[in-house]
Design a protein around this ligand. Sequence first.
Ligand SMILES: [Zn+2]
Length: 390
Amino acid sequence: MNPIRTFRPCPVCGERDAENLCSLDYERFIEHLPLHYDIVSCRVCGMVFNDTTASPDDFNRYYSDCSKYDNNNIVGASNISPVERRRYGRMLELIQDSLTPEKSVIEIGCGYGGILPVLQEKGIHNITGIDPSENSVRHLLNQGIHAEVGSFEKLSDIPPCDFLIMIGVLEHIYDPLRALKNAMKLCREETVILINVPSSIDYGEYIRTPFYHFDFEHINHFSLPHMDNLLRLCGYSNRKYDYDAVRVRDVVNTTLTGTYGKTKVQEIIPDFSLSAQIKKYVDESRKNDFGKSIAALAASGKKLFLWGCGAHLARLLKSTPLSQCNIEAFIDNDPYKQTKKITGHRVLPSSTLHECGDDSTVAICSPLYRTLMTEELTRSGFKGEIVYLC
Ligand SMILES: [Zn+2]
């Protein structure tokens, strides 16, 4: 037991007495977000969350600057892939009995549309997407889907709906209770809320990349009891729930979907099974943190190109001896990242790798894109060695 007083209150019950499960440090890859997180378990309700000295404003600035969700290359963001179509279809099964064509649906944090075109195909036409990104809203309007620029803080003029949907949203929010209470403006007495988040109790299920589920952005780690507690504090209780495993490129993520309707009970029921599972996940991650591979890279002294400048590589640079290797450059195809330097090194596009000789090593560091990266290296005639650090 490692008791601490947190900076950030528990996102469910608001308390600050917690147990520290692990501490993570990151190299600076992106603006605004913290370079250090403590993953903690609330000692009052058992919720697991990232403790940080960063403020809600830091996160707001990051998301308003962030072009990530404006990027059409994000899987499923623009044209819905078969995987996404199946995933959304499965979520909608939870509400299919009452989802008739005259019903109205609002999705908060809709990005490029996700579930909304699927609803449209099912004959539900009274649908509205709300997203802070003007590009996302424009994209939806072009598809004939009503959409408005907005956020949890700016919802005032939108009429209430029959179904309120939030997919992949609450795990990002500094104060999800406040956000949900704001979202209640969109609810009538009989409104059903559908929420989908990563299923944190399953983080260890498909583990390949250590600490993968602790990235910069996911700062709340829900299991069903904690999502239920959060919703009960807003006056909603669980009606149905479902778990789903979703493969996105090389990664399998388990998600949790719950539907909620009005209740008068507002109690918190503590549950500590999540923190026990997260402790196991942390232990497994520590055992497999590429110690041997990185030691071999350091010993070889070969020119090293590190490909995939995401949270995983940012963590490896701070928590392993990787930064002491003979790093020649970082590789990333995000034009914004190419304007930056990381640990004093350039960030180059992957198209430069074919020029490397056989004295070079590329370390693939993106859990999501490792197959695509390998294929690109093979196609390009890259002559050096390929190592996987993910
Ligand atoms: Zn708590």
